[in-house]
Design a protein around this ligand. Structure first.
Ligand SMILES: Nc1ncnc2c1ncn2[C@@H]1O[C@H](COP(=O)(O)OP(=O)(O)O)[C@@H](O)[C@H]1O
Ligand SMILES: C=C(OP(=O)(O)O)C(=O)O
Length: 351
């Protein structure tokens, strides 16, 4: 690392001497319980995200009450981050069912989606579902608009999972009408910050700032970089965000996960150059969804995210639907403490 960049890294907020590292969990069915939330807070979680792709803010009132109760019981205020719905593409409600390799399926009828999403994929396009766990290829567009697809990579298909058409840029605006209602209720539910999905241009964030100003809301903005267009334009809009989010789930769908580590490194470098805080998120401790301990590789992932200068890290499924939400936070905290100690002891380390 060049001397200049080394200085920038040491000036960052996660400098051990001024450590303000944010450790985020995701609020979901597995941890929406006062005692579990208390333990997560006690174990070092200082921020929690609610993903509004699964329903509006008001529909989560019960969970939010529990969160505030847990904060009161522990005497610790943590950041409450609402991840706006945005125009992320998702499948609609359905009963979970298992797909098989080579199976023919109708995207639209068997996999219900909004009409504006249905019309996007063309013959030959690949459709990734649930952060790429499922992959389809479009064989034919039928007269009624349904897309006849072949299953290339099967898994269990569940309601409301993310959809990505490979190589296609989302043509939609950054916030959907439901988000405007969510923002109107931000004060009532004591939201401190928002995550904006799929930020692709300066215009996207200008629109968000404009809306926040109109609503007199002073909320920290976490801008999710989820596709190549967002990376390409990052330097043009990063001053309008408080934190740049390396959202590896959707990003991995877009750039392919073999290139994802290089893409992460590139975004980190740009953030260092501009002294911009950034978050690393998704699949950091995935094995802990079903296991009380993480893998060595996951420990490395968390360690290097922090050693390299992330100001925040966040887990998703691990606390939202996993079996060990408190242990996930405990693990994340212990590895991050180790990384912070390492940084303190190796201030001049260039590796
Ligand atoms: N607000 C919620 N309501 C219901 N289920 C949720 C909610 N948030 C998360 N989950 C569950 O936890 C999983 C992981 O959460 P998250 O990472 O936020 O979602 P996704 O990967 O679908 O974007 C979701 O796919 C969903 O099954
Ligand atoms: C955190 C992410 O977003 P979401 O959970 O909305 O897919 C991601 O894509 O990495």
């Amino acid at each position: 690392m060049a001397k200049e960049n080394q200085k920038l890294e040491n000036d960052r907020p996660n400098n051990p001497e001024t450590s303000a590292l944010e450790l985020f969990g995701t609020l979901g069915p597995a941890c929406a319980d006062i005692q579990i939330l208390e333990k997560m807070i006690q174990n070092g979680m200082n921020g929690i995200r609610l993903n509004l792709s699964h329903g509006p803010l008001a529909a989560h009132e019960d969970w939010i009450d529990k969160l505030h109760q847990a904060m009161e019981n522990t005497g610790k205020e943590i950041l409450f981050l609402m991840d706006l719905k945005g125009r992320e593409l998702r499948i609609k409600e359905l009963k979970p069912f298992e797909l098989e390799k080579g199976q023919l399926i109708l995207f639209g009828k068997d996999i219900p989606v909004e009409t504006d999403l249905l019309v996007l994929p063309q013959t030959g396009d690949k459709i990734l579902i649930d952060d790429g766990k499922i992959e389809l290829i479009v064989l034919k567009i039928l007269e009624d608009g349904n897309r006849l697809c072949e299953v290339l990579r099967p898994a269990v298909l569940k309601a409301n999972k993310s959809v990505k058409i490979t190589g296609k840029i989302s043509p939609f605006s950054p916030l959907c009408p439901e988000d405007l209602t969510n923002l109107d209720q931000a004060r009532k539910y004591r939201v401190n910050a928002i995550m904006v999905p799929f930020v692709q241009s300066r215009r996207d964030l200008e629109q968000v700032h404009h809306i926040l100003e109109e609503k007199s809301l002073d909320l920290k903005i976490y801008a999710k970089i989820e596709n190549q267009t967002g990376i390409d334009h990052l330097e043009s809009f990063m001053d309008l965000a408080d934190v740049i989010v390396i959202a590896r789930g959707d990003l991995g769908n877009d750039v392919g996960f073999y290139d994802l580590p290089a893409v992460q490194a590139r975004i980190e470098k740009i953030c260092h150059q501009h002294q911009k805080d950034y978050m690393v998120v998704t699949q950091m401790l995935t094995s802990m969804i079903d296991s009380p301990i993480c893998t060595r590789a996951e420990a490395n992932d968390v360690f290097y995210a922090i050693k390299n200068g992330a100001s925040s890290i966040m887990v998703t499924n691990e606390t939202a639907i996993g079996h060990y939400p408190e242990l996930v936070i405990d693990t994340m905290k212990k590895i991050s403490d180790s990384a912070i100690r390492y940084k303190a002891e190796n201030q001049s380390d260039n590796n």
